[in-house]
Design a protein around this ligand. Structure first.
Ligand SMILES: Nc1nc2c(ncn2[C@@H]2O[C@H](COP(=O)(O)OP(=O)(O)OP(=O)(O)O)[C@@H](O)[C@H]2O)c(=O)[nH]1
Ligand SMILES: [Mg+2]
Length: 311
């Protein structure tokens, strides 16, 4: 399985080792990654892709695990991507997730992978999107993407999914304020987890207040309560995710999202590729002298970039 052509049949057959290898190729920019993506492309678009995001410790992994178990009972194959923009370690983090995910990681119908900043050539969002494509092609009907809710990286990752669940917990008023900026616009469903604790109504009021302040959207994101640690409220979450999928299909939302994704992806790759080519054309020495010129204030950075693109 050293070439895309050799890997493809095993991948389309959903074999775990092939999936793992394909994801690594995409992450590391392996020379066979491009031909592989080209041959995957016609097989994509079948999976339900769900984002699960929220503050550290909100219960995202627990929720993901419980959702995956429900979906397994229905016979679906489930891919789980744990994306952590704050962690410099990829691959290694998988151990922790496997332990947290417990029994489910032993199930051959479940694929779990941690994605982190290091090793993800061209950014985490790109690596995540590529991994989603690999899982989709491999016949995983559901793909759950867990991300810690911090910063732009995470908002970019959310753009890869169809339905985004934002997980909040009671007693985190300030954190809601902190994360609301980007996340209000992308939430398709709010999950108030740890509903066994005091303050559930207060968080729900906060969410309603934020909804009323943010721009009116066609889809009004509902709120679900869960006690993920005990598996309570999960069927309702799944039901609401499905309802959002139905709504998207009925309102041209899938096409709209696909177009948004295409745009982000195209522009991201274009920037990456144009920069790579320009640097290659210039060569290390010229790049170094441009950097020197900027540092010594002989040339401003805009002029240096213009020159780099002219070279
Ligand atoms: N009381 C209570 N605890 C919960 C619930 N759900 C999860 N927990 C606990 O909260 C802690 C964090 O859960 P995780 O699922 O690891 O949270 P996470 O959001 O994935 O955390 P990070 O990935 O580290 O950001 C664990 O100790 C869980 O057992 C719940 O509904 N109620
Ligand atoms: Mg987690």
């Amino acid at each position: 399985m050293d070439t895309a052509a050799q890997l493809l049949p095993a991948l389309l057959d959903g074999q775990s080792r092939a999936v793992a290898r394909a994801v690594s190729w995409m992450e590391n920019g392996h020379p066979e990654a491009r031909p592989l993506m080209a041959s995957l492309w016609p097989h994509l678009g079948r999976a339900m892709v769900v984002g699960i995001t929220g503050a550290p410790g909100a219960g995202k992994s627990t929720l993901t695990d419980r959702l995956a178990r429900l979906l397994r009972k229905e016979g679906s194959k489930v891919g789980i991507l744990a994306v952590d923009p704050t962690s410099p370690f990829s691959g290694g983090a998988i151990l922790g997730d496997r332990i947290r995910m417990g029994a489910i990681s032993q199930d051959p119908g479940v694929f779990i992978r941690s994605m982190a900043t290091r090793g993800a050539l061209g950014g985490l969002a790109r690596a995540t999107q590529d991994a989603i494509d690999v899982l989709d092609a491999a016949g995983f009907g559901w793909i759950l993407v867990e991300t810690v809710g911090v910063g732009q990286d995470e908002v970019d990752v959310v753009s890869c999914v169809q339905t985004c669940c934002v997980v909040l917990v009671p007693g985190m008023g300030d954190e809601i304020q902190a994360i609301k900026a980007g996340i209000m616009e992308v939430a398709d469903l709010f999950v108030v987890n740890k509903a066994d604790r005091d303050g559930v109504e207060a968080v729900e009021r906060e969410i309603e207040a934020m909804k009323s302040l943010s721009a009116v959207r066609d889809w009004d994101p509902p709120i679900a309560r869960t006690v993920a640690a005990r598996g309570e409220g999960l069927p309702e979450v799944l039901e609401r995710i499905r309802a959002h999928g139905v709504w998207l299909r009925a309102h041209g939302g899938l096409e709209r999202k696909a177009r948004e994704r295409a745009k982000l992806r195209f522009h991201g790759l274009l920037a990456e590729e144009a920069s790579r080519r320009a640097l290659q054309r210039l060569g290390a020495e010229s790049v170094e002298s441009l950097l020197q010129a900027i540092a010594q204030r002989r040339m401003d950075p805009y002029a240096a970039v213009a020159e780099a693109l002219r070279a």
